[in-house]
Structures are given as structure tokens and as C-alpha cells.
Design a protein around this ligand. Structure first.
Ligand code: HEM
Length: 139
């Protein structure tokens, strides 16, 4: 949903440096619009910053979830959690490459398509947790 805000106002076309944005951590133009709240939806600087930040937070949380999933005795859970974490890392890389190339159609579409693949892989992992398949003790 936060990605849709970026795509919706073409906020991925500016601030093409990474990890900084225009040489700053938080661009100085982030809160120039009035009223204040409109910056969160209409200011390309803040909209892109928020999407990047949420991506980093999700990556941190996903690392924790992946490590937890790795403790599972179920092979399928371990496998799908690893796929999920790998898919998330790939999504991060595609997002970064997209923004560094000023969001061309091909890369932006790949980033959007991969988000769908990512959700599917995560749902598969969740399914393995909720409805575990029978497994032999011999593996
Ligand atoms: C958890 C990681 C991420 C997820 C799940 C994610 C998801 C998405 C989605 C679904 C969209 C497209 C929305 C739409 O077209 O309606 C999008 C757009 C975008 N994302 Fe991400 N994203 C992630 C991380 C990042 C990162 C780390 C960056 C850059 C540093 C980034 C840069 C962009 C840009 C530039 C767009 C706009 C592309 C366009 O103009 O169509 N994303 N993101």
C-alpha cells in the first residue's frame, strides 16, 4: 500500500541516490506542504522516504521471523520461510535498483510483480505453519 503511494505520484522518479536521498537521510523538503498531513500522501520526498523506511523495518522483522521459522522441526516450514526471506531480500534489491534508475517502466513493473510473488510465497509459508503436512521422523 505504501508502494502504491510512491507509484501514484511518481515519487520514484526523484531522489535517485541510495542509501541517502538527495544527499540527506531525510530530505529537507519532506514537510514543506500545507496542511502538514498532506506531506504523507502528496510530497514525493516524504512519500519515498516512508516507503524506504518501512522496507527497512520489514527487512529487520523478516530477519527475526526467518530465524524463528528456522527453529521449526517441519522441513516445509523451514524451506518456505527461507524462500520468503530470500524473496523479500530480492524485493529490496529490485526496489533500490528501480529508484536508482529513476523508476523506468520495466523495473517498476518488476518491483510490483515481485511484490505479488512475495505475498504468495509468504502465504505458502503461513499455510505450512497452520496446516502442517505429515512428516517422517527419518525426514
Ligand atoms: C519490503 C520491501 C518492499 C516492498 C514489499 C515494496 C512494494 C512495492 C510495491 C507493491 C510497489 C508498487 C505499487 C504500485 O505500483 O501500485 C512499490 C513501488 C515502489 N517501490 Fe517498493 N517495496 C519494497 C521496498 C522498496 C525499497 C527498499 C525501495 C527503494 C529504496 C523501493 C522503491 C520503490 C519505488 C521507487 C516504487 C515506485 C515504482 C513506480 O513508479 O511504479 N521499494 N513498492
Amino acid at each position: 500500500l505504501v508502494g502504491a503511494l510512491v507509484a501514484g505520484i511518481d515519487a520514484g522518479r526523484g531522489y535517485t541516490d541510495w542509501p541517502l536521498m538527495g544527499g540527506e537521510v531525510l530530505p529537507s523538503e519532506s514537510f514543506v506542504l500545507v496542511p502538514f498531513w498532506s506531506n504523507f500522501f502528496e510530497n514525493p520526498a516524504l512519500v519515498q522516504f516512508n516507503h524506504r523506511l518501512l522496507g527497512y523495518i520489514v527487512l529487520g522483522f523478516a530477519t527475526y521471523v526467518w530465524l524463528q521459522g528456522h527453529k521449526s522441526a517441519l522441513i516445509a516450514v523451514r524451506k518456505w520461510f527461507t524462500f520468503g526471506f530470500a524473496a523479500l531480500c530480492i524485493q529490496m534489491v529490485i526496489g533500490i535498483v528501480t529508484v536508482m534508475n529513476s523508476a523506468p517502466l520495466t523495473l517498476a513493473s518488476l518491483h510490483q510483480l515481485w511484490a505479488i510473488i512475495l505475498i504468495c510465497v509468504l502465504l505458502r509459508g503461513l499455510f505450512e505453519v497452520l496446516y502442517p503436512a505429515e512428516q517422517s521422523v527419518r525426514g
